[in-house]
Design a protein around this ligand. Structure first.
Ligand code: PFF
Length: 496
């Protein structure tokens, strides 16, 4: 490629971009409900431990590969070792499959932002009195024939616009606007929530380790429950740190050699974890209050999956009166920014791969990827409505293949769940495992160590890194892969 590779303007710009990618729906929505479900402080402690060990190892590896090769994921591996180029190809499939459904969820968030803006400005009660009909509002929207796709496309277009502008002028500048607003609002909302009367019980529920969550049905300490908690935290760590999606390789390829990878990784981890913990402080106390007031079991209220953000929270905001509408608006603006900066990084990972492989111009590659993403988004956008029956089971049945197995689990998933499962549960662990084996045993960790130590930067965690990438990281990733496959295919009665 003759074009000079784009670069960040400095270490801070890189850290902000990587943190902007990492901070997303995973922090704001997934982390709080997993923490609530798995024993509060216990989950948080295990999560923190995993971030500074396994998360550190994987993120350092990816950024070093990117900076060393100056390539995105697709071509980085082939440049290091032609026999291992398959990791790049396999890995590139991941963001291509994730961006469409992530943008569809981004579209849902956008819809709520618009709804809250309308409610705040006109006083209309779009979700019924006290948001009593928030479930119907959400259900009607996601099952509508066009709206979810329309909002999803708007979201994709906004990301495409930033990407066309380039690394410095687009991604970096948009982060400079969105990230400070996101930080300030997250902190302001959490302060507001924690000062509400009755919030203390929820804060305790969230932060104090609840040992009973590690007890099995018999009431005794259960290793299986501990295993479940660790695996849950590990899955969340992958998700939250944007690992094994090619993003950190791509963003690392724009990094200057004079900047410290080790220090940057530590800062990204701090930002990402801080926002996850603060998100819990925004959400858990109010949901806890709501559960107590309405007599809903607390665990059930916390455990609502996507419903927590789109159905329960609107009810909680409504409980806070007129101020709640503005709180809802601020909250969904924050979530829109968080989702947008993450979607931009996923989209950029795809665009950079196309540019590096085919030598295409950024503008053309963004345009090309727009069509691919928009096409795939249809499956997720319409999967709760008109295309609810578009599943692998249906396809197999058309081909005359039937059987109990074909109507179960992944075969019966609609678009969004299917893409989420294939990427997060299967492809990401496989790519992360192959990357560790490749670095740990094929090219050897010294290649990464050398990259980290460039220009006189001391690699303080060097010994630890080498041990992790060779031994511990592969073993932990195998554990997560096996448990995810068993859980989703219903094998060995493994329920998490
Ligand atoms: N790390 C981001 C988040 O926590 O939301 C981005 C992301 C994670 C996107 C996982 C997609 C995904 F499957």
């Amino acid at each position: 490629m003759e074009n000079k590779r784009a670069s960040w303007s400095g270490q801070l710009a890189f850290v902000l971009a990587a943190a902007a990618s990492a901070i997303g729906l995973g922090n704001l929505w997934r982390f709080p409900y997993l923490a609530a479900q798995y024993g509060g402080g216990i989950f948080i402690a295990i999560y923190l431990f995993l971030v500074v060990t396994l998360g550190f190892t994987l993120m350092t590896t990816e950024i070093a590969i990117g900076r060393m090769t100056k390539q995105s994921q697709l071509t980085a591996f082939s440049q290091m070792h032609t026999g291992w180029s398959f990791i790049g190809f396999l890995g590139t499939v991941i963001p291509v499959l994730i961006v469409p459904y992530y943008c569809v969820i981004g579209g849902w968030v956008l819809k709520y932002l618009v709804a809250y803006a309308k409610m705040a400005l006109t006083g209309a009660e779009l979700m019924g009195d006290g948001a009593s009909a928030s479930g119907e509002f959400f259900g009607a929207f996601i099952s509508a024939p066009f709206a979810p796709f329309g909002y999803g496309i708007l979201f994709i277009l906004a990301c495409a616009f930033v990407i066309v502008l380039g690394v410095k002028n687009g991604i970096e500048k948009s982060n400079l606007v969105m990230m400070p607003i996101l930080f300030i609002m997250a902190i302001a909302i959490s302060i507001y929530v924690t000062t509400l009367p009755d919030s203390l019980a929820g804060i305790k529920y969230y932060l104090i380790p609840n040992i009973s969550s590690l007890r099995g049905e018999s009431g005794a300490f259960s290793i299986a429950m501990l295993g479940k908690t660790v695996l849950g935290a590990m899955g969340q760590m992958f998700y939250s740190l944007s690992l094994a999606m090619g993003i950190m390789i791509t963003y690392g390829s724009y990094m200057r050699q004079s900047d410290s990878i080790e220090k940057s990784v530590r800062r990204i981890e701090v930002f990402d974890t801080l926002i996850a913990i603060v998100a819990g402080l925004m959400i858990i106390p109010v949901v806890h209050m709501f559960a107590i007031k309405t007599g809903t079991p607390v665990k059930e209220a916390m455990n609502a999956g996507p419903g927590l953000m789109f159905i329960t929270l609107p009810k909680v905001f409504a409980m806070l009166g007129r101020g709640g509408v503005w709180l809802g608006f601020a909250f969904f603006l924050l979530v829109t920014f968080a989702a947008a900066t993450s979607a931009i990084s996923l989209y950029e990972a795809c665009v950079a791969s196309v540019c590096d492989l085919l030598g295409m111009k950024r503008r053309n590659a963004t345009f090309f990827m727009f069509f691919v993403i928009a096409f795939l988004a249809v499956f997720s956008a319409l999967g709760y409505g008109p295309w609810q029956n578009v599943t692998l089971s249906a396809l197999l049945a058309k081909l005359g293949i039937t059987g109990e197995w074909a109507s179960k689990s992944i075969f019966a998933m609609q678009g969004l769940d299917f893409f989420d499962f294939i990427t997060n549960s299967i492809l990401m662990p496989i790519v992360a495992l192959c990357t560790c084996i490749f670095i740990g045993w094929v090219v050897k960790p010294d290649v990464v160590v050398e990259e980290i130590s460039r220009e006189g930067h001391a690699f303080r965690a060097r010994g630890f890194y080498v041990f992790m990438v060779k031994w511990i990281a592969p073993l932990l990733i195998i554990a997560i892969l096996v448990s995810e496959v068993c859980r989703n295919l219903g094998i060995a009665n493994w329920k998490i």
